[in-house]
Design a protein around this ligand. Structure first.
Ligand SMILES: Nc1ncnc2c1ncn2[C@@H]1O[C@H](COP(=O)(O)OP(=O)(O)OP(=O)(O)O)[C@@H](O)[C@H]1O
Ligand SMILES: [Mg+2]
Length: 335
């Protein structure tokens, strides 16, 4: 029987296969390109993302999940159905497949319902829903037997989750709409203002992921191509890593501020454990060089980050599908 863990991220969907040793079997941008009044889907995932900023008026690229919320239910269902089929699941096997789907930390009843409806719309009948911090905690080896509270901090494309997780619940936590997308936008605005150059969303994301390095001695530079704000003609400009560093750090500073609030709300015993064990960092933004140490230093805490932090949630979800006891305590009761 298929056992699949789905991390339907605001930016990237990851699917982990837990009934074999295959691990992560799908990584695709969570977007579709749609056209016409009926919004029929023309392209999915990577192919759709490549069209951003390049389409004619009648086509647009849509992210059906925005900051953790399912904002376009029909497109979300079509996208998830397509991704599951790409993994090899036939439509006729959807109803029997065992699925674990991550949902935002502290999701309201309306949000949970939206995820339940999404699963139903796809024809999935055997689905567990688990709040994301539990998944990250599982990825770092939490088990029912030996369970000390785990402090997790995940910065994705649209949201940041900060939580101290224990086996019987989230002791303190919050979710905020800060993520890589804010940093991309900030890079676009800064370059427009300081270099008089308008750049596209994909170029901004590339600058963030390939140029930004928070080390104070980082020296890199990259040429950004776009359009001059003054002459409206194609133009390019050389951007130094140091010039756009603050587009990333201004959001990290906010995350640190909120994470500090979460720590302050902890009971003394738990605070002591967290202080001793440190913080587990995950999410794609941790791939940017220097981000993890920047956060760790400001929280004045030991920090851990896996080699592929963008997959921590999906990997934890996969591990959870294999651990019935832990799954039972973490899965959300659905009425
Ligand atoms: N090497 C990288 N690989 C993937 N994403 C990266 C990398 N470097 C930086 N990022 C950024 O990380 C973000 C995506 O992270 P992640 O996949 O954790 O988000 P998500 O799970 O889709 O979103 P969310 O958790 O907010 O719903 C994007 O802003 C992306 O640009
Ligand atoms: Mg995520």
């Amino acid at each position: 029987m298929w056992k699949l863990a789905i991390d339907l991220g605001s930016s990237v969907t990851k699917i982990y296969r837990a009934d074999t040793n295959n691990g992560i079997v799908l990584v695709e941008p969570s977007c579709v390109a749609v056209s016409g009044a009926e919004e029929s889907v023309r392209a999915w995932g990577r192919e759709a993302k490549n069209l951003i900023g390049k389409t004619a008026d009648c086509t647009s690229v849509v992210y059906p999940v925005f900051e953790g919320e399912i904002v376009r239910p029909r497109l979300a269902a079509e996208m998830l159905t397509e991704f599951l089929q790409r993994v090899g699941v036939k439509k006729s096997a959807f109803r029997r497949a065992q699925i674990l789907m991550g949902i935002p930390c502290g999701a309201s009843q309306a949000t949970v319902n939206a995820y339940v409806n999404l699963a139903e719309e796809c024809g999935l009948k055997n689905v567990f829903f688990v709040e994301q911090p539990y998944l990250v905690a599982t990825s770092v080896g939490a088990t029912v037997g030996s369970f000390e509270p785990v402090f997790c901090l995940d910065i994705g494309g649209g949201t940041t989750n900060v939580a101290v997780v224990s086996v019987d619940g989230i002791i303190s936590g919050l979710s905020m709409n800060i993520g890589g997308n804010n940093m991309d936008l900030s890079i676009r605005m800064d370059i427009q203002e300081h270099n008089r150059l308008q750049i596209g969303a994909l170029t901004a994301e590339r600058l963030k992921n390939e140029l930004v390095n928070l080390s104070p001695t980082a020296m890199g530079a990259m040429v950004a191509e776009g359009c001059s704000v003054d002459s409206y003609r194609p133009a390019s400009s050389s951007i130094r890593a140091q010039e756009i560093r603050s587009c990333v750090t201004r959001y990290l500073d906010k995350v640190v501020e909120y994470a500090t609030m979460v720590i302050r709300n902890l009971p003394a015993e738990v605070a002591a454990i967290v202080n001793r064990n440190g913080v587990y960092l995950s999410g794609g933004v941790m791939k940017i060089p220097g981000v993890a140490s920047y956060i760790g230093e400001r929280l004045e805490m030991r920090y851990f980050v896996s080699e592929e932090p963008q997959f921590s949630t999906a990997q934890g979800a996969g591990a959870l599908l294999r651990d019935k006891d832990l799954l039972r305590s973490f899965a959300k009761e659905i009425d």
